[in-house]
Design a protein around this ligand. Sequence first.
Ligand SMILES: C[S@@+](CC[C@H](N)C(=O)[O-])C[C@H]1O[C@@H](n2cnc3c(N)ncnc32)[C@H](O)[C@@H]1O
Length: 228
Amino acid sequence: MNNHWKSFWDKHVDKVSDDPFIQVGRTLNSEPMSNEMFQRYAARIIELLELESDHLVLDLCCGNGLLSTEVATHCSQVIGVDFSEKLIEGIGAREAKNIVGIVSDAMEIKFQPQSFHHIVMAAALQHFTEAQTIQLFKNMFLWLKPGGTILITDITDSGRIWNFYNSPEREDLYFEHTMNNKAILGTWFNRVWLEKLARHSGFSNAQALEQPNDYWFSHYRFDLLCRK
Ligand SMILES: C[S@@+](CC[C@H](N)C(=O)[O-])C[C@H]1O[C@@H](n2cnc3c(N)ncnc32)[C@H](O)[C@@H]1O
């Protein structure tokens, strides 16, 4: 279990307001993402997954189920997994009844092989080390049905790290935090590294995708779509 991030999210939920966007860190300058922006974000994910009404979807690191709720209106059932009990409790308050929330570390949960048509992980890959990510890809490949897809969004792009740490002061913060093994956002990933990992894990196709230009964090994040 990665205790650093678990305690980070537990403390974060305790100290912020009940706004669901703020709870999962979907903020810019402390302001929550607009509902309109989030609807566009979710619609793009639903389109990329090519969801059908009888599909089963795993939402890994689902937080309070904001995205699970949108996905659930286009498929049969969403299983949401997150290690924050308080965030998972938020799922109960949502309208969609075809979401099951499970409190677990994504590295410890087990599913039967070929359980899901799709797996989505939004804005969470940075919380995993490279070693954990390799294990996670092997697990996700196992859990997916043949032809199924994984979509990982908002991946922190190592090639554009200085777009985030964009001043000498922020660069200093980066080096101090990284020295103490508490990097502010977590792990930064190389696109080719992820595409090669997908191939190594058995996926037949993997594609790093640019986010639309007007997304808040598109200047340092990208998405990855892989097919089994
Ligand atoms: C930025 S939030 C995104 C939540 C949600 N996916 C969304 O898009 O609204 C990151 C989430 O990852 C979860 N998380 C991080 N590492 C995890 C792990 N190892 N196992 C389960 N959940 C994890 C956190 O608790 C948090 O809810």
